[in-house]
Ligand binder design. Structure first.
Ligand code: SUG
Length: 418
């Protein structure tokens, strides 16, 4: 039995409507694969296998559920319905993008906040139409999973201040339950692709979570990174405990950021990958930084997508780091290629929460047995494939809606069916 606060990874279960409609400009993998045939069943099973790998590392694992798709109330708010909506609205209503749980919310653990509660703000995801309607269903789940008084769950920051949640947030600390320095990374629009995280939203989240200004940083993402396809900071940087692991070109002013961070947290270990060793384009294509950096009894471990092993410069850099004296001691490779093809790596699929597992609704925590149950529902109900041309097909809609209800039944979460 684990007592006290630990880091828990809540993975988004890949929903039965997973498809490649190419809805995210600036997300190069997603636009490159627009029109490809997706495999929702294989995608969900890949996600489950990743969770099993996390459990095997001794980590505590949670889940977030797929949202109702198509999102009929959202279409109704646009004065249309699924069978009469134009194709682009059908696709936006059908997206399974809630699987990328790193965009669900921003989390400030209890050790960082003024009132000693763990604060969660659901992300508004206001920039992309297909993601802008995720937050009500996410909020409903967070209110259920984190109903214990140790948590404060907040509604989203109002639009137009785009907020994409934990994907643009990092935390440096001596141990997960110790006070940390929280780093909010924002973008500024002006390049070819939208900057999805606004500074205004980041500052609002920090104020509302009651963070200490002496331990909070607001850092600008480099326009070069956004232009190269880093639509979220977690595509070019990741942190865990004392370690910041980032690409040399991730931030607009890396020297200023590093100096501020060292002042606030002198124990920080900054591992910066130079562009000369791994060009930004290779790091983004292989999702080197969209890895889960986790503390395990065997040392700090980087959970990477298979694409990172397939990239010659990325794998060479990693091998040299592990062979040397660097803080990352182990590499673990997972296959999440269906999610990767939409620009979502291992880190996108999970939301980190530092909390005592005993304070969380147990229906949102999993062990191998519960994952077996989820896998059985996926095997029985998830479509084997979805071609983009099938997105308007009534038979597909019926399958997708029934599949989600079967999962809610299996997990005793029928109250989320609305
Ligand atoms: O918002 N892809 C997601 C990927 C999110 C990755 N998350 C993190 N980096 N944390 C996005 O761009 C593709 C859907 C489509 O194109 O149909 C999509 O939404």
């Amino acid at each position: 039995m684990i007592a006290g606060p630990v880091e828990i990874n809540f993975d988004g279960i890949v929903g039965p409507s997973h498809n490649y409609a190419g809805l995210s400009p600036g997300n190069l993998a997603a636009t490159r694969n627009a029109g490809a045939t997706a495999h929702p069943r294989a995608a969900a099973l890949q996600g489950i296998a990743k969770m099993r790998a996390n459990l095997a590392l001794g980590l505590v694992q949670g889940i977030l559920l797929p949202h109702p798709r198509p999102d009929r109330p959202w279409l109704a708010s646009l004065a249309t319905a699924y069978d009469t909506a134009p194709a682009h609205l059908q696709a936006q209503a059908m997206s399974a993008s809630a699987m990328w749980a790193a965009n669900a919310a921003t989390i400030s653990p209890a050790a960082d906040t003024m009132d000693g509660r763990c604060h969660l703000t659901v992300a508004n995801l206001a920039t992309m139409p297909h993601r802008s309607h995720e937050w009500p269903a996410t909020l409903a789940q967070l209110r259920l999973a984190f109903a214990h008084p140790d948590f404060a769950v907040h509604a989203p920051v109002p639009a137009p201040f785009g907020d994409e949640g934990a994907a643009n947030h990092m935390r440096l600390c001596d141990g997960h339950d110790a006070p940390g320095v929280e780093v909010f990374v924002y973008g500024r629009s002006g390049g070819a692709f939208p900057a999805r995280q606004s500074e205004e939203a980041s500052r609002a989240v920090a104020r509302r979570h009651g963070l200490d200004p002496a331990r909070t940083l607001f850092v600008k993402q480099s326009p070069a990174a956004i232009a190269a396809g880093a639509f979220h900071n977690d595509v070019v940087a990741v942190a865990n405990e004392r370690v910041l692991f980032a690409h040399e070109q991730a931030f607009a002013d890396p020297a200023g950021f590093h100096a501020d961070l060292r002042r606030m947290f002198p124990a920080v270990e900054i591992v910066e990958v130079p562009a000369a060793a791994v060009p930004l384009e290779d790091a983004i294509a292989a999702y080197l930084f969209n890895a889960q950096l986790v503390s395990t009894p065997a040392g700090m471990t980087l959970i990477l997508p298979g694409e990172a092993r397939a990239s010659e410069p990325v794998w060479r850099w990693l091998q040299a780091h592990v062979a040397g004296n660097g803080p990352i001691r182990r590499l673990e490779v997972v296959d999440v290629r269906e999610s990767m093809a939409n620009g979502g790596g291992p880190a996108c699929l999970r939301l980190r929460v530092v909390a005592d597992p005993a304070t969380i609704d147990p229906r949102f925590l999993v062990d191998d047995r519960r994952l077996d149950r989820i896998a059985a529902v996926v095997e029985a109900h998830w479509p084997q494939e979805i071609a983009v041309a099938a997105i308007g097909d009534p038979a597909l809609i019926a399958t997708v809606e029934a599949a989600r209800l079967a999962l809610l039944d299996a997990l005793d979460l029928r109250e989320l069916s609305g």
